[in-house]
Design a protein around this ligand. Structure first.
Ligand SMILES: Cc1ncc(COP(=O)(O)O)c(C=O)c1O
Length: 404
Protein backbone atom coordinates (compact mmCIF):
# COMPACT_ATOMS: atom_id res chain seq x y z
CA UNK A 1 0.00 0.00 0.00
CA UNK A 2 1.41 3.37 -0.94
CA UNK A 3 1.93 6.07 1.64
CA UNK A 4 1.57 9.79 1.21
CA UNK A 5 3.96 12.54 2.24
CA UNK A 6 2.33 13.17 5.60
CA UNK A 7 4.06 16.51 5.95
CA UNK A 8 1.35 17.89 3.67
CA UNK A 9 -1.26 17.04 6.31
CA UNK A 10 0.51 19.30 8.78
CA UNK A 11 -0.18 22.40 6.66
CA UNK A 12 -2.81 24.48 8.42
CA UNK A 13 -5.88 25.85 6.63
CA UNK A 14 -6.05 26.83 3.01
CA UNK A 15 -3.79 29.17 1.14
CA UNK A 16 -4.44 32.75 2.27
CA UNK A 17 -5.55 34.00 -1.12
CA UNK A 18 -8.00 31.13 -1.65
CA UNK A 19 -9.72 32.11 1.61
CA UNK A 20 -9.90 35.73 0.49
CA UNK A 21 -11.26 34.76 -2.94
CA UNK A 22 -13.98 32.61 -1.33
CA UNK A 23 -15.07 35.44 0.97
CA UNK A 24 -15.09 38.00 -1.85
CA UNK A 25 -16.99 35.69 -4.24
CA UNK A 26 -19.61 34.95 -1.59
CA UNK A 27 -20.07 38.67 -0.91
CA UNK A 28 -20.31 39.49 -4.61
CA UNK A 29 -22.89 36.72 -5.14
CA UNK A 30 -25.02 38.22 -2.36
CA UNK A 31 -24.53 41.77 -3.67
CA UNK A 32 -24.34 41.42 -7.46
CA UNK A 33 -24.65 45.16 -8.10
CA UNK A 34 -21.83 46.42 -5.91
CA UNK A 35 -18.49 47.29 -7.47
CA UNK A 36 -15.76 45.62 -5.47
CA UNK A 37 -12.28 47.10 -5.79
CA UNK A 38 -9.49 44.59 -5.30
CA UNK A 39 -6.31 45.87 -3.70
CA UNK A 40 -5.56 42.50 -2.15
CA UNK A 41 -3.54 40.06 -4.21
CA UNK A 42 -0.18 41.26 -5.51
CA UNK A 43 -1.03 40.81 -9.18
CA UNK A 44 -0.28 43.51 -11.74
CA UNK A 45 -2.96 45.10 -13.94
CA UNK A 46 -1.10 47.10 -16.59
CA UNK A 47 -0.63 45.43 -20.02
CA UNK A 48 2.78 44.25 -21.20
CA UNK A 49 4.97 47.09 -22.49
CA UNK A 50 5.15 47.54 -26.30
CA UNK A 51 8.83 46.48 -26.47
CA UNK A 52 7.92 43.19 -24.84
CA UNK A 53 4.92 42.60 -27.10
CA UNK A 54 7.13 43.17 -30.16
CA UNK A 55 9.73 40.71 -28.84
CA UNK A 56 7.01 38.13 -28.21
CA UNK A 57 5.60 38.53 -31.75
CA UNK A 58 9.06 38.27 -33.31
CA UNK A 59 9.85 35.15 -31.30
CA UNK A 60 6.55 33.54 -32.32
CA UNK A 61 7.47 34.16 -35.98
CA UNK A 62 10.85 32.50 -35.39
CA UNK A 63 9.14 29.45 -33.94
CA UNK A 64 7.07 29.13 -37.14
CA UNK A 65 10.10 28.78 -39.40
CA UNK A 66 12.28 25.63 -39.43
CA UNK A 67 15.43 27.77 -39.79
CA UNK A 68 14.80 29.72 -36.60
CA UNK A 69 12.71 27.23 -34.61
CA UNK A 70 13.85 26.53 -31.04
CA UNK A 71 13.22 23.33 -29.09
CA UNK A 72 14.39 22.64 -25.56
CA UNK A 73 16.22 25.57 -24.00
CA UNK A 74 19.75 25.16 -22.59
CA UNK A 75 19.70 23.98 -18.94
CA UNK A 76 20.60 27.33 -17.37
CA UNK A 77 18.55 29.39 -19.84
CA UNK A 78 19.56 31.12 -23.09
CA UNK A 79 22.86 32.91 -22.99
CA UNK A 80 21.39 36.08 -24.54
CA UNK A 81 19.17 36.46 -21.48
CA UNK A 82 21.74 35.44 -18.86
CA UNK A 83 24.23 37.90 -20.39
CA UNK A 84 21.65 40.72 -20.32
CA UNK A 85 20.86 39.94 -16.67
CA UNK A 86 24.52 39.71 -15.65
CA UNK A 87 25.25 43.04 -17.32
CA UNK A 88 22.22 45.08 -16.27
CA UNK A 89 21.26 43.67 -12.89
CA UNK A 90 24.76 42.95 -11.61
CA UNK A 91 27.74 44.35 -13.50
CA UNK A 92 26.14 47.80 -13.88
CA UNK A 93 25.54 47.85 -10.11
CA UNK A 94 29.12 46.85 -9.35
CA UNK A 95 28.25 43.24 -8.49
CA UNK A 96 30.46 40.37 -9.58
CA UNK A 97 27.98 37.85 -10.96
CA UNK A 98 28.74 35.90 -14.15
CA UNK A 99 26.16 34.68 -16.70
CA UNK A 100 26.88 31.05 -15.78
CA UNK A 101 25.88 31.73 -12.16
CA UNK A 102 22.35 32.65 -13.31
CA UNK A 103 19.64 30.00 -13.63
CA UNK A 104 16.64 31.13 -15.67
CA UNK A 105 13.29 29.80 -14.45
CA UNK A 106 9.57 30.38 -14.73
CA UNK A 107 9.40 32.58 -11.65
CA UNK A 108 10.45 33.25 -8.10
CA UNK A 109 7.59 31.36 -6.48
CA UNK A 110 8.85 28.02 -7.83
CA UNK A 111 12.46 28.88 -7.11
CA UNK A 112 11.75 30.07 -3.56
CA UNK A 113 9.84 26.86 -2.97
CA UNK A 114 12.30 24.53 -4.66
CA UNK A 115 15.62 25.90 -3.42
CA UNK A 116 15.27 24.20 -0.01
CA UNK A 117 15.61 20.82 -1.77
CA UNK A 118 19.38 21.14 -2.05
CA UNK A 119 19.74 21.49 1.74
CA UNK A 120 19.62 18.83 4.42
CA UNK A 121 16.29 18.23 6.11
CA UNK A 122 18.11 18.86 9.42
CA UNK A 123 18.77 22.48 8.57
CA UNK A 124 16.99 25.05 10.67
CA UNK A 125 15.34 27.93 8.84
CA UNK A 126 14.84 31.48 10.04
CA UNK A 127 12.09 33.62 8.55
CA UNK A 128 10.77 37.11 9.03
CA UNK A 129 7.38 37.37 10.67
CA UNK A 130 5.21 38.40 8.81
CA UNK A 131 6.47 36.66 5.68
CA UNK A 132 5.62 35.56 2.13
CA UNK A 133 3.97 32.20 3.00
CA UNK A 134 5.81 30.07 0.41
CA UNK A 135 9.09 29.93 2.36
CA UNK A 136 7.60 28.25 5.43
CA UNK A 137 5.00 26.10 3.66
CA UNK A 138 7.54 24.49 1.34
CA UNK A 139 9.78 23.70 4.30
CA UNK A 140 6.75 22.14 6.01
CA UNK A 141 6.25 19.93 2.95
CA UNK A 142 9.90 18.87 3.19
CA UNK A 143 9.53 17.96 6.89
CA UNK A 144 11.89 20.61 8.18
CA UNK A 145 9.65 22.61 10.51
CA UNK A 146 8.62 20.36 13.44
CA UNK A 147 5.12 20.62 14.87
CA UNK A 148 2.54 23.35 14.44
CA UNK A 149 1.02 25.16 17.39
CA UNK A 150 -2.36 26.52 16.29
CA UNK A 151 -2.49 28.84 19.30
CA UNK A 152 0.66 30.74 18.43
CA UNK A 153 0.44 29.86 14.70
CA UNK A 154 4.10 28.94 14.73
CA UNK A 155 6.22 25.85 13.98
CA UNK A 156 8.43 24.37 16.70
CA UNK A 157 11.56 24.13 14.53
CA UNK A 158 11.37 27.48 12.77
CA UNK A 159 13.17 30.58 14.02
CA UNK A 160 10.82 33.55 13.70
CA UNK A 161 12.23 37.04 13.42
CA UNK A 162 9.46 39.49 14.29
CA UNK A 163 9.25 42.56 12.06
CA UNK A 164 7.26 45.09 14.00
CA UNK A 165 6.72 48.84 14.20
CA UNK A 166 9.31 48.88 17.03
CA UNK A 167 12.13 47.63 14.80
CA UNK A 168 10.93 49.46 11.68
CA UNK A 169 9.78 46.12 10.22
CA UNK A 170 13.41 45.04 9.83
CA UNK A 171 14.42 41.77 11.53
CA UNK A 172 17.11 41.61 14.24
CA UNK A 173 19.79 38.95 14.15
CA UNK A 174 18.24 35.88 15.82
CA UNK A 175 19.35 34.57 19.24
CA UNK A 176 19.38 30.99 17.99
CA UNK A 177 21.72 30.29 15.06
CA UNK A 178 19.90 29.30 11.85
CA UNK A 179 21.30 27.36 8.88
CA UNK A 180 19.09 29.00 6.24
CA UNK A 181 17.88 32.58 6.48
CA UNK A 182 15.08 33.82 4.24
CA UNK A 183 15.17 37.56 3.67
CA UNK A 184 12.98 39.52 1.28
CA UNK A 185 13.58 43.22 0.61
CA UNK A 186 11.74 45.30 -0.46
CA UNK A 187 9.40 43.25 1.67
CA UNK A 188 6.15 41.56 0.94
CA UNK A 189 3.91 42.17 2.90
CA UNK A 190 5.20 45.16 4.91
CA UNK A 191 6.72 47.16 2.05
CA UNK A 192 9.74 47.80 4.31
CA UNK A 193 13.35 47.80 3.16
CA UNK A 194 16.74 47.65 4.81
CA UNK A 195 19.75 49.74 4.03
CA UNK A 196 22.92 48.42 2.48
CA UNK A 197 24.67 48.76 5.86
CA UNK A 198 21.95 46.66 7.53
CA UNK A 199 22.12 44.02 4.82
CA UNK A 200 25.92 43.95 5.16
CA UNK A 201 25.40 42.98 8.83
CA UNK A 202 23.35 39.99 7.70
CA UNK A 203 25.98 38.96 5.18
CA UNK A 204 28.73 39.23 7.80
CA UNK A 205 26.60 37.27 10.26
CA UNK A 206 25.83 34.49 7.73
CA UNK A 207 29.51 34.15 6.83
CA UNK A 208 30.44 34.09 10.53
CA UNK A 209 27.95 31.38 11.57
CA UNK A 210 28.06 29.38 8.33
CA UNK A 211 24.48 30.08 7.24
CA UNK A 212 23.05 30.64 3.76
CA UNK A 213 20.85 33.66 3.05
CA UNK A 214 18.11 33.10 0.51
CA UNK A 215 17.51 36.64 -0.63
CA UNK A 216 14.25 37.33 -2.44
CA UNK A 217 14.57 40.55 -4.42
CA UNK A 218 11.33 40.20 -6.41
CA UNK A 219 10.46 43.87 -5.75
CA UNK A 220 13.87 45.36 -6.50
CA UNK A 221 12.49 47.56 -9.32
CA UNK A 222 10.42 49.57 -6.83
CA UNK A 223 13.40 50.87 -4.87
CA UNK A 224 13.51 54.67 -4.93
CA UNK A 225 15.96 55.48 -2.12
CA UNK A 226 19.70 55.57 -2.73
CA UNK A 227 20.92 53.62 0.31
CA UNK A 228 18.66 50.62 -0.34
CA UNK A 229 20.49 47.74 -2.07
CA UNK A 230 19.03 46.28 -5.27
CA UNK A 231 20.96 43.05 -4.85
CA UNK A 232 22.55 41.27 -1.92
CA UNK A 233 25.73 41.00 -4.03
CA UNK A 234 26.25 44.73 -3.47
CA UNK A 235 27.44 43.59 -0.03
CA UNK A 236 30.99 42.42 0.54
CA UNK A 237 31.22 38.68 1.08
CA UNK A 238 27.76 37.82 -0.27
CA UNK A 239 29.26 35.46 -2.88
CA UNK A 240 30.12 32.99 -0.12
CA UNK A 241 26.78 33.05 1.71
CA UNK A 242 23.89 34.19 -0.48
CA UNK A 243 21.51 32.91 -3.12
CA UNK A 244 19.37 35.56 -4.80
CA UNK A 245 15.89 35.09 -6.26
CA UNK A 246 14.53 37.45 -8.90
CA UNK A 247 11.30 37.71 -10.84
CA UNK A 248 10.08 39.45 -13.99
CA UNK A 249 6.55 39.55 -12.53
CA UNK A 250 6.57 42.87 -10.77
CA UNK A 251 9.14 44.90 -12.75
CA UNK A 252 7.75 43.90 -16.17
CA UNK A 253 4.24 42.54 -15.60
CA UNK A 254 5.15 38.90 -16.30
CA UNK A 255 2.81 37.40 -13.66
CA UNK A 256 0.95 35.59 -16.44
CA UNK A 257 3.93 35.21 -18.80
CA UNK A 258 6.21 33.58 -16.19
CA UNK A 259 9.93 34.29 -15.97
CA UNK A 260 12.44 34.60 -13.16
CA UNK A 261 15.93 33.57 -12.21
CA UNK A 262 18.07 32.41 -9.32
CA UNK A 263 21.69 33.35 -8.76
CA UNK A 264 23.97 30.80 -7.11
CA UNK A 265 27.57 32.09 -7.00
CA UNK A 266 30.28 29.49 -7.55
CA UNK A 267 31.99 30.57 -4.31
CA UNK A 268 29.06 29.36 -2.22
CA UNK A 269 30.21 26.03 -0.82
CA UNK A 270 29.51 23.50 1.90
CA UNK A 271 32.99 22.08 2.49
CA UNK A 272 34.15 21.11 -1.00
CA UNK A 273 30.63 20.87 -2.46
CA UNK A 274 29.44 23.84 -4.47
CA UNK A 275 25.76 24.73 -4.16
CA UNK A 276 25.96 25.88 -7.77
CA UNK A 277 26.58 22.32 -8.92
CA UNK A 278 23.73 20.98 -6.76
CA UNK A 279 21.27 23.53 -8.11
CA UNK A 280 22.53 22.89 -11.66
CA UNK A 281 21.88 19.18 -11.14
CA UNK A 282 18.42 19.87 -9.77
CA UNK A 283 17.57 22.34 -12.53
CA UNK A 284 18.80 19.99 -15.25
CA UNK A 285 16.96 16.99 -13.85
CA UNK A 286 13.61 18.47 -12.89
CA UNK A 287 13.14 21.45 -15.19
CA UNK A 288 13.10 21.91 -18.95
CA UNK A 289 13.40 25.66 -19.10
CA UNK A 290 11.27 28.74 -19.62
CA UNK A 291 9.97 28.98 -23.22
CA UNK A 292 12.21 30.57 -25.86
CA UNK A 293 9.46 33.07 -26.62
CA UNK A 294 9.33 34.16 -22.98
CA UNK A 295 13.10 34.38 -22.65
CA UNK A 296 13.15 36.63 -25.74
CA UNK A 297 10.50 38.78 -24.03
CA UNK A 298 12.75 38.84 -20.96
CA UNK A 299 15.65 40.07 -23.10
CA UNK A 300 13.47 42.97 -24.27
CA UNK A 301 13.09 44.07 -20.63
CA UNK A 302 16.77 45.11 -20.84
CA UNK A 303 16.54 46.92 -24.19
CA UNK A 304 16.71 50.73 -24.10
CA UNK A 305 13.05 50.92 -25.16
CA UNK A 306 11.97 48.27 -22.68
CA UNK A 307 13.77 49.97 -19.80
CA UNK A 308 12.13 53.30 -20.60
CA UNK A 309 8.65 51.82 -20.87
CA UNK A 310 9.00 49.77 -17.70
CA UNK A 311 10.28 52.73 -15.74
CA UNK A 312 6.97 54.40 -16.55
CA UNK A 313 5.01 51.32 -15.55
CA UNK A 314 6.73 51.11 -12.17
CA UNK A 315 6.17 54.87 -11.73
CA UNK A 316 2.46 54.35 -12.47
CA UNK A 317 2.15 51.81 -9.66
CA UNK A 318 4.27 53.89 -7.31
CA UNK A 319 1.97 56.85 -7.93
CA UNK A 320 -0.86 54.59 -6.74
CA UNK A 321 1.25 53.76 -3.70
CA UNK A 322 1.51 57.47 -2.96
CA UNK A 323 -2.25 57.91 -3.30
CA UNK A 324 -2.84 55.05 -0.83
CA UNK A 325 -0.13 56.10 1.61
CA UNK A 326 -1.09 59.76 1.83
CA UNK A 327 -4.84 59.12 1.60
CA UNK A 328 -4.74 56.74 4.54
CA UNK A 329 -2.45 59.01 6.52
CA UNK A 330 -4.83 61.94 5.98
CA UNK A 331 -7.65 59.72 7.19
CA UNK A 332 -5.75 59.10 10.43
CA UNK A 333 -4.36 55.62 9.76
CA UNK A 334 -0.88 54.55 10.80
CA UNK A 335 0.83 53.51 7.57
CA UNK A 336 4.24 52.37 6.35
CA UNK A 337 5.76 50.93 3.18
CA UNK A 338 4.87 52.32 -0.24
CA UNK A 339 8.15 54.20 -0.75
CA UNK A 340 10.42 51.43 -2.07
CA UNK A 341 7.68 48.85 -2.57
CA UNK A 342 4.21 48.55 -4.09
CA UNK A 343 2.76 47.50 -0.73
CA UNK A 344 1.26 49.69 1.98
CA UNK A 345 1.11 48.23 5.47
CA UNK A 346 -1.46 49.79 7.75
CA UNK A 347 -2.37 49.34 11.35
CA UNK A 348 -6.00 48.31 11.71
CA UNK A 349 -8.05 50.96 13.52
CA UNK A 350 -9.71 50.66 16.93
CA UNK A 351 -7.90 47.46 17.87
CA UNK A 352 -9.75 45.44 15.20
CA UNK A 353 -8.01 42.20 14.30
CA UNK A 354 -6.84 41.78 10.71
CA UNK A 355 -9.75 39.60 9.54
CA UNK A 356 -12.33 41.82 11.27
CA UNK A 357 -10.92 44.78 9.33
CA UNK A 358 -11.00 42.70 6.13
CA UNK A 359 -14.75 42.04 6.65
CA UNK A 360 -15.39 45.66 7.64
CA UNK A 361 -13.63 46.99 4.53
CA UNK A 362 -15.35 44.50 2.21
CA UNK A 363 -18.82 45.09 3.61
CA UNK A 364 -18.73 48.83 4.27
CA UNK A 365 -16.35 50.02 1.55
CA UNK A 366 -16.45 47.16 -0.97
CA UNK A 367 -12.65 47.23 -0.97
CA UNK A 368 -10.53 44.08 -0.73
CA UNK A 369 -7.16 44.00 0.98
CA UNK A 370 -5.10 41.29 2.66
CA UNK A 371 -5.23 40.60 6.41
CA UNK A 372 -1.76 40.96 7.90
CA UNK A 373 -2.27 37.94 10.15
CA UNK A 374 -2.31 35.76 7.02
CA UNK A 375 1.44 36.40 6.74
CA UNK A 376 2.32 35.39 10.29
CA UNK A 377 1.46 36.13 13.92
CA UNK A 378 3.29 39.48 13.99
CA UNK A 379 1.04 40.58 11.12
CA UNK A 380 -2.00 40.49 13.41
CA UNK A 381 -3.53 43.93 13.73
CA UNK A 382 -2.14 44.94 10.33
CA UNK A 383 -3.47 45.01 6.79
CA UNK A 384 -1.84 45.10 3.34
CA UNK A 385 -3.03 47.14 0.38
CA UNK A 386 -1.34 46.88 -2.99
CA UNK A 387 -0.55 49.59 -5.50
CA UNK A 388 -1.08 47.21 -8.43
CA UNK A 389 -4.63 48.35 -9.24
CA UNK A 390 -5.58 50.93 -11.84
CA UNK A 391 -5.14 54.58 -10.82
CA UNK A 392 -8.90 55.21 -11.05
CA UNK A 393 -9.76 52.24 -8.83
CA UNK A 394 -7.04 53.17 -6.35
CA UNK A 395 -8.35 56.71 -6.02
CA UNK A 396 -11.92 55.46 -5.63
CA UNK A 397 -10.93 52.85 -3.04
CA UNK A 398 -9.15 55.45 -0.93
CA UNK A 399 -12.09 57.85 -1.18
CA UNK A 400 -14.34 55.07 0.07
CA UNK A 401 -11.99 54.20 2.95
CA UNK A 402 -11.78 57.87 3.95
CA UNK A 403 -15.56 58.01 4.30
CA UNK A 404 -15.83 54.98 6.61
C1 LIG B 1 8.24 37.96 -2.13
C2 LIG B 1 7.77 37.29 -3.36
N1 LIG B 1 8.56 36.41 -3.97
C3 LIG B 1 8.17 35.78 -5.08
C4 LIG B 1 6.93 36.01 -5.63
C5 LIG B 1 6.49 35.25 -6.83
O1 LIG B 1 7.04 35.72 -7.99
P1 LIG B 1 6.80 35.01 -9.38
O2 LIG B 1 5.59 35.61 -10.00
O3 LIG B 1 8.05 35.27 -10.14
O4 LIG B 1 6.61 33.54 -9.14
C6 LIG B 1 6.07 36.91 -5.04
C7 LIG B 1 4.74 37.13 -5.62
O5 LIG B 1 3.88 37.79 -5.15
C8 LIG B 1 6.50 37.57 -3.87
O6 LIG B 1 5.72 38.43 -3.25
Amino acid sequence: MFKINENYLKLPGSYLFSTIAKKVNAYQAEHPDCKIIRLGIGDVTQPLAPAIITALHDAVEEMGDARTFHGYAPDLGYEFLRKAIAQNDYSDRGCDIQPDEIFVSDGAKCDSGNIQEIFSVDNKIAVCDPVYPVYVDTNVMAGRTGTYDPKTETWSDVIYMPCTAENGFAPQLPDETPDLIYLCFPNNPTGATITKAQLQEWVDYANRVGAVIIYDAAYEAYISEADVPHSIYECEGARTCAIELRSFSKNAGFTGVRLGFTVVPKDLKCGEVSLHSLWARRHGTKYNGAPYIVQKAGEAVYSAEGKEQLKKQVAYYMNNAKVIYHGLKDAGYTVSGGVNAPYIWLKTPDGMDSWAFFDFLLEKGNVVGTPGSGFGPSGEGYFRLTAFGSYENTVEAIERIKKL
